[in-house]
Unconditional design. Structure first.
Length: 260
């Protein structure tokens, strides 16, 4: 069993437990559930930079990245840097995040917020809406075509954008459907954790222009983004590069200044 299999197995247990603790009716009656969402896809389509900045405390591949900063400070720093959106990791066991991080970020910024999570159930999409997210992530590697279709349609029915993440052409081909807004190519192999921007480059021509193209992981310099833009990418998810510093917001500001 690889790390991805372990995460999904734990996630199924987690969702089953949470469903018994917080009923769907409670999520649907929450204050933020009726909030009008902001489209990350629209923001990326209008942006010169396309930066989606991530809050990530740790990861299975890098262990601790940054556990000292408050999510509110990071969110405000990113908003001041004028990023297009913010990705908030909500997985606890492997990434040190929580849904509280999402709602705390929502309390201080108006940015489009992406719930970065291993989503396998509609319940998690209801959680995302209830805790202030504008976008959900679906990972093709852990879902069937039918699951991708059902989950993405459900998210759209709630007014949420959908970012679908792929790692190879097989995952891409099973995932092309109109209920998606953005197609993200993860440059990190989730089984080996090796990173290569060639993954984004090789898959770019296979992604229809109907979708906003997003490159994820391993982007650490301005030159990489300028190169990826030649392949049609409009969004660039960057987490560790900012989070490993003492001031992610300032790091993002400097990065975007150099990019423009």
């Amino acid at each position: 069993m690889n790390i991805l299999d372990k995460i999904v197995a734990d996630k199924r247990k987690e969702v089953d437990l949470k469903r018994t603790m917080v009923p769907i009716s409670q999520l649907e009656n929450s204050l933020l559930f009726g909030r009008e969402t902001d489209s990350l896809a629209l923001s990326l389509s209008k942006s010169e930079t396309g930066i989606i900045a991530e809050h990530k405390r740790r990861s299975p591949s890098k262990s601790v990245i940054n556990q000292k900063l408050s999510i509110q400070d990071v969110a405000l720093g990113y908003e001041n840097a004028r990023v297009c959106g913010m990705s908030v990791l909500t997985d606890g066991k492997y990434f040190g995040g929580s849904l509280d991080d999402l709602i705390l970020a929502r309390s201080v910024v108006g940015l489009p917020l992406l719930r970065k999570e291993f989503i396998i159930d509609e319940y998690q999409i209801l959680e995302a809406k209830a805790y202030g997210a504008d976008v959900i992530l679906l990972i093709a590697a852990i879902l069937t075509k039918e699951e991708i279709q059902a989950l993405s349609k459900f998210a759209k029915s709630l007014g949420l954008d959908v970012l679908l993440e792929v790692h190879n052409e097989t995952e891409l081909q099973k995932s092309l459907m109109p209920s998606l807004d953005m197609l993200g190519v993860n440059n990190r192999n989730l089984k080996t954790f090796e990173v290569s921007l060639d993954t984004s480059k090789s898959l770019s021509e296979k992604i229809p222009d109907d979708f906003i193209k997003v490159s994820e992981s391993g982007i650490s310099n301005v030159e990489a983004i300028k190169e990826l833009k030649k392949y049609g990418y409009r969004g660039f998810l960057i987490g560790e590069n900012f989070m490993k510093t003492d001031d992610p917001g300032r790091s993002a500001t400097e990065f975007i200044t150099n990019l423009i």
